[in-house]
Write a protein that binds this ligand. Structure first.
Ligand code: ADP
Ligand code: MG
Length: 235
Protein backbone atom coordinates (compact mmCIF):
# COMPACT_ATOMS: atom_id res chain seq x y z
CA UNK A 1 0.00 0.00 0.00
CA UNK A 2 1.55 3.30 -1.05
CA UNK A 3 0.47 6.74 0.10
CA UNK A 4 -3.01 5.58 1.10
CA UNK A 5 -5.42 8.35 2.02
CA UNK A 6 -9.02 7.90 3.15
CA UNK A 7 -11.23 10.86 4.00
CA UNK A 8 -14.64 11.01 5.59
CA UNK A 9 -15.85 14.33 4.15
CA UNK A 10 -12.87 16.56 4.89
CA UNK A 11 -11.63 14.47 7.84
CA UNK A 12 -8.45 12.52 7.10
CA UNK A 13 -8.91 9.17 8.84
CA UNK A 14 -5.93 7.71 6.97
CA UNK A 15 -3.35 10.25 5.94
CA UNK A 16 -0.60 8.99 3.64
CA UNK A 17 0.16 5.50 4.89
CA UNK A 18 2.60 3.20 3.11
CA UNK A 19 3.14 -0.35 4.29
CA UNK A 20 4.28 -3.61 2.79
CA UNK A 21 3.53 -7.16 3.94
CA UNK A 22 5.27 -10.29 2.75
CA UNK A 23 4.21 -13.94 2.66
CA UNK A 24 4.78 -15.73 5.95
CA UNK A 25 4.96 -12.53 7.97
CA UNK A 26 2.76 -10.99 10.61
CA UNK A 27 2.65 -7.22 10.41
CA UNK A 28 1.00 -5.52 13.36
CA UNK A 29 -0.69 -2.12 13.17
CA UNK A 30 -0.64 -0.22 16.45
CA UNK A 31 -2.19 3.03 17.47
CA UNK A 32 -4.60 4.54 19.94
CA UNK A 33 -8.35 4.39 19.42
CA UNK A 34 -9.22 6.48 16.40
CA UNK A 35 -5.72 6.32 14.91
CA UNK A 36 -7.16 4.97 11.65
CA UNK A 37 -6.17 1.30 11.89
CA UNK A 38 -9.56 -0.19 11.03
CA UNK A 39 -10.13 2.32 8.26
CA UNK A 40 -6.80 1.42 6.66
CA UNK A 41 -7.69 -2.27 6.86
CA UNK A 42 -11.13 -1.64 5.36
CA UNK A 43 -9.47 0.08 2.42
CA UNK A 44 -7.47 -3.09 1.87
CA UNK A 45 -10.65 -5.15 2.14
CA UNK A 46 -12.28 -3.14 -0.65
CA UNK A 47 -14.79 -1.42 1.60
CA UNK A 48 -13.79 2.16 0.77
CA UNK A 49 -13.42 2.39 -3.03
CA UNK A 50 -12.87 6.14 -2.78
CA UNK A 51 -9.41 5.73 -1.24
CA UNK A 52 -6.42 7.51 -2.76
CA UNK A 53 -3.01 5.93 -3.28
CA UNK A 54 -1.75 2.73 -4.85
CA UNK A 55 -2.13 -0.89 -3.82
CA UNK A 56 -0.07 -3.58 -5.51
CA UNK A 57 0.04 -7.34 -5.09
CA UNK A 58 3.22 -9.05 -6.27
CA UNK A 59 4.07 -5.90 -8.17
CA UNK A 60 0.74 -5.61 -10.00
CA UNK A 61 -1.37 -2.60 -9.17
CA UNK A 62 -4.94 -3.39 -8.19
CA UNK A 63 -7.91 -1.12 -7.67
CA UNK A 64 -9.78 -2.45 -4.65
CA UNK A 65 -13.19 -1.08 -5.56
CA UNK A 66 -15.35 -3.61 -3.71
CA UNK A 67 -15.14 -6.40 -1.14
CA UNK A 68 -15.63 -8.88 -4.01
CA UNK A 69 -12.59 -7.49 -5.83
CA UNK A 70 -10.52 -7.69 -2.66
CA UNK A 71 -11.62 -11.29 -2.13
CA UNK A 72 -10.66 -12.14 -5.70
CA UNK A 73 -7.27 -10.56 -5.04
CA UNK A 74 -6.79 -12.97 -2.14
CA UNK A 75 -7.54 -10.56 0.69
CA UNK A 76 -9.72 -11.65 3.62
CA UNK A 77 -10.74 -9.60 6.63
CA UNK A 78 -11.93 -10.60 10.06
CA UNK A 79 -13.69 -7.55 11.38
CA UNK A 80 -13.45 -6.10 14.83
CA UNK A 81 -17.23 -6.52 15.10
CA UNK A 82 -18.27 -10.17 14.70
CA UNK A 83 -20.42 -10.81 11.66
CA UNK A 84 -22.04 -14.03 12.83
CA UNK A 85 -25.77 -13.96 13.38
CA UNK A 86 -29.01 -15.81 13.05
CA UNK A 87 -30.17 -19.39 13.05
CA UNK A 88 -27.76 -20.71 10.44
CA UNK A 89 -25.31 -23.54 10.69
CA UNK A 90 -21.57 -23.19 11.15
CA UNK A 91 -21.04 -24.67 7.67
CA UNK A 92 -23.45 -22.26 5.99
CA UNK A 93 -21.80 -19.40 7.80
CA UNK A 94 -18.34 -20.42 6.61
CA UNK A 95 -19.47 -20.50 3.00
CA UNK A 96 -22.03 -17.68 3.19
CA UNK A 97 -22.40 -16.04 -0.18
CA UNK A 98 -20.18 -18.72 -1.60
CA UNK A 99 -22.41 -21.79 -1.47
CA UNK A 100 -22.64 -24.38 -4.22
CA UNK A 101 -26.19 -23.64 -5.40
CA UNK A 102 -28.26 -24.40 -8.44
CA UNK A 103 -31.46 -22.47 -9.06
CA UNK A 104 -31.39 -21.36 -5.45
CA UNK A 105 -31.21 -24.89 -4.09
CA UNK A 106 -28.27 -25.91 -1.99
CA UNK A 107 -26.57 -28.55 -4.11
CA UNK A 108 -24.80 -30.88 -1.84
CA UNK A 109 -25.16 -30.51 1.89
CA UNK A 110 -22.86 -33.42 2.61
CA UNK A 111 -20.08 -31.87 0.53
CA UNK A 112 -20.68 -28.56 2.28
CA UNK A 113 -20.24 -30.22 5.66
CA UNK A 114 -17.13 -32.07 4.51
CA UNK A 115 -15.54 -28.85 3.25
CA UNK A 116 -16.52 -27.02 6.42
CA UNK A 117 -14.76 -29.69 8.50
CA UNK A 118 -11.51 -28.97 6.71
CA UNK A 119 -11.60 -25.28 7.66
CA UNK A 120 -12.84 -25.98 11.17
CA UNK A 121 -9.83 -28.29 11.60
CA UNK A 122 -7.48 -25.50 10.51
CA UNK A 123 -8.68 -23.31 13.39
CA UNK A 124 -8.68 -26.03 16.03
CA UNK A 125 -12.46 -26.61 15.96
CA UNK A 126 -12.46 -30.22 14.75
CA UNK A 127 -14.83 -30.99 17.61
CA UNK A 128 -17.53 -28.61 16.32
CA UNK A 129 -20.04 -30.27 14.02
CA UNK A 130 -20.68 -28.31 10.81
CA UNK A 131 -24.44 -28.47 11.33
CA UNK A 132 -24.21 -26.76 14.74
CA UNK A 133 -26.07 -23.43 14.85
CA UNK A 134 -23.72 -20.49 15.22
CA UNK A 135 -25.95 -19.15 17.97
CA UNK A 136 -24.89 -22.16 20.08
CA UNK A 137 -21.19 -21.25 19.94
CA UNK A 138 -19.14 -19.49 22.59
CA UNK A 139 -17.59 -16.11 21.74
CA UNK A 140 -14.25 -17.81 21.33
CA UNK A 141 -15.64 -20.43 18.94
CA UNK A 142 -17.54 -17.78 17.01
CA UNK A 143 -14.30 -15.85 16.59
CA UNK A 144 -12.57 -18.97 15.27
CA UNK A 145 -15.46 -19.67 12.87
CA UNK A 146 -14.93 -16.16 11.49
CA UNK A 147 -11.32 -17.14 10.82
CA UNK A 148 -12.43 -20.41 9.20
CA UNK A 149 -14.78 -18.37 7.03
CA UNK A 150 -11.94 -16.09 5.97
CA UNK A 151 -9.75 -19.10 5.18
CA UNK A 152 -12.44 -20.70 3.01
CA UNK A 153 -11.58 -18.16 0.29
CA UNK A 154 -7.99 -19.37 0.33
CA UNK A 155 -6.62 -15.88 1.03
CA UNK A 156 -3.02 -14.76 0.59
CA UNK A 157 -3.49 -11.81 2.91
CA UNK A 158 -5.44 -12.13 6.12
CA UNK A 159 -6.48 -9.09 8.12
CA UNK A 160 -7.32 -9.62 11.78
CA UNK A 161 -8.79 -6.57 13.47
CA UNK A 162 -8.65 -6.91 17.27
CA UNK A 163 -9.21 -10.69 17.10
CA UNK A 164 -8.60 -11.27 20.80
CA UNK A 165 -10.94 -8.61 22.18
CA UNK A 166 -13.49 -11.29 23.14
CA UNK A 167 -11.01 -14.01 24.09
CA UNK A 168 -9.50 -15.10 27.38
CA UNK A 169 -5.74 -15.18 27.77
CA UNK A 170 -5.79 -18.96 27.23
CA UNK A 171 -7.94 -18.68 24.09
CA UNK A 172 -5.65 -15.96 22.82
CA UNK A 173 -2.71 -18.35 23.16
CA UNK A 174 -4.53 -20.87 21.00
CA UNK A 175 -5.21 -18.21 18.42
CA UNK A 176 -1.49 -17.43 18.28
CA UNK A 177 -0.66 -21.04 17.54
CA UNK A 178 -3.20 -20.92 14.68
CA UNK A 179 -1.49 -17.77 13.42
CA UNK A 180 1.85 -19.62 13.51
CA UNK A 181 0.32 -22.35 11.31
CA UNK A 182 -1.04 -19.79 8.86
CA UNK A 183 2.38 -18.13 8.67
CA UNK A 184 3.92 -21.47 7.78
CA UNK A 185 1.34 -21.81 5.01
CA UNK A 186 2.73 -18.56 3.62
CA UNK A 187 -0.10 -16.18 4.44
CA UNK A 188 0.70 -12.55 5.00
CA UNK A 189 -1.13 -11.46 8.13
CA UNK A 190 -2.07 -7.96 9.20
CA UNK A 191 -2.73 -7.95 12.89
CA UNK A 192 -4.38 -5.19 14.86
CA UNK A 193 -4.43 -5.18 18.61
CA UNK A 194 -4.09 -2.61 21.34
CA UNK A 195 -2.49 -5.21 23.60
CA UNK A 196 1.22 -4.61 23.12
CA UNK A 197 2.14 -7.86 24.84
CA UNK A 198 0.24 -9.70 22.09
CA UNK A 199 1.77 -7.60 19.37
CA UNK A 200 5.24 -8.42 20.62
CA UNK A 201 4.36 -12.09 20.86
CA UNK A 202 2.85 -12.57 17.44
CA UNK A 203 4.27 -10.06 14.98
CA UNK A 204 7.40 -9.70 12.86
CA UNK A 205 6.93 -6.04 11.98
CA UNK A 206 5.13 -3.26 13.78
CA UNK A 207 3.72 -0.16 12.16
CA UNK A 208 2.45 2.58 14.45
CA UNK A 209 -0.16 5.11 13.38
CA UNK A 210 -1.19 8.32 15.12
CA UNK A 211 -4.07 10.56 13.99
CA UNK A 212 -4.19 8.82 10.62
CA UNK A 213 -0.48 9.26 10.02
CA UNK A 214 2.40 6.84 9.80
CA UNK A 215 4.80 7.18 12.72
CA UNK A 216 7.12 4.19 12.40
CA UNK A 217 7.57 0.74 10.94
CA UNK A 218 10.06 -1.40 12.80
CA UNK A 219 11.06 -5.02 13.01
CA UNK A 220 9.94 -6.39 16.34
CA UNK A 221 13.54 -7.28 17.11
CA UNK A 222 14.63 -3.65 16.79
CA UNK A 223 12.01 -2.01 18.97
CA UNK A 224 10.45 -2.26 22.43
CA UNK A 225 6.94 -1.82 23.89
CA UNK A 226 8.12 1.46 25.44
CA UNK A 227 9.18 2.77 22.05
CA UNK A 228 5.89 1.74 20.44
CA UNK A 229 3.92 3.50 23.19
CA UNK A 230 6.01 6.57 22.57
CA UNK A 231 5.16 6.35 18.86
CA UNK A 232 1.47 5.92 19.69
CA UNK A 233 1.05 8.83 22.08
CA UNK A 234 4.05 10.99 21.29
CA UNK A 235 5.02 11.58 24.88
P1 ADP B 1 -9.02 2.74 14.96
O1 ADP B 1 -9.42 1.45 14.32
O2 ADP B 1 -7.55 3.00 14.91
O3 ADP B 1 -9.54 2.87 16.36
P2 ADP B 1 -10.77 3.93 12.97
O4 ADP B 1 -10.12 3.61 11.68
O5 ADP B 1 -11.94 3.12 13.37
O6 ADP B 1 -9.67 3.95 14.14
O7 ADP B 1 -11.21 5.44 12.97
C1 ADP B 1 -10.33 6.48 12.61
C2 ADP B 1 -11.06 7.80 12.64
O8 ADP B 1 -12.01 7.84 11.57
C3 ADP B 1 -11.85 8.03 13.91
O9 ADP B 1 -11.77 9.40 14.24
C4 ADP B 1 -13.25 7.64 13.53
O10 ADP B 1 -14.20 8.36 14.29
C5 ADP B 1 -13.30 8.04 12.06
N1 ADP B 1 -14.21 7.18 11.30
C6 ADP B 1 -14.10 5.83 11.17
N2 ADP B 1 -15.07 5.34 10.39
C7 ADP B 1 -15.83 6.41 10.02
C8 ADP B 1 -17.00 6.56 9.19
N3 ADP B 1 -17.57 5.50 8.60
N4 ADP B 1 -17.49 7.81 9.03
C9 ADP B 1 -16.90 8.88 9.60
N5 ADP B 1 -15.79 8.81 10.39
C10 ADP B 1 -15.27 7.59 10.60
MG1 MG C 1 -10.46 -0.22 15.05
Amino acid sequence: MQHIVKRFSSFLAVNDISIQVRPGEVHAICGENGAGKSTLMKVLAGEYPDYEGRISIHGTEVKLDSPTTARRCGIAIIHQELGLAGPISVAENIFAGNLPRKKGILLDRRKLYEDAKKYLGMVGLSYVRPETLVSALSQHEAQLVEIAKALSNDPKILIMDEPTSALSREEGKRLFSIIEDLKKRGLAILYISHFLSEVFEVSDYITTMRDGRHVATEAKTETTPEKVIYHMVGK
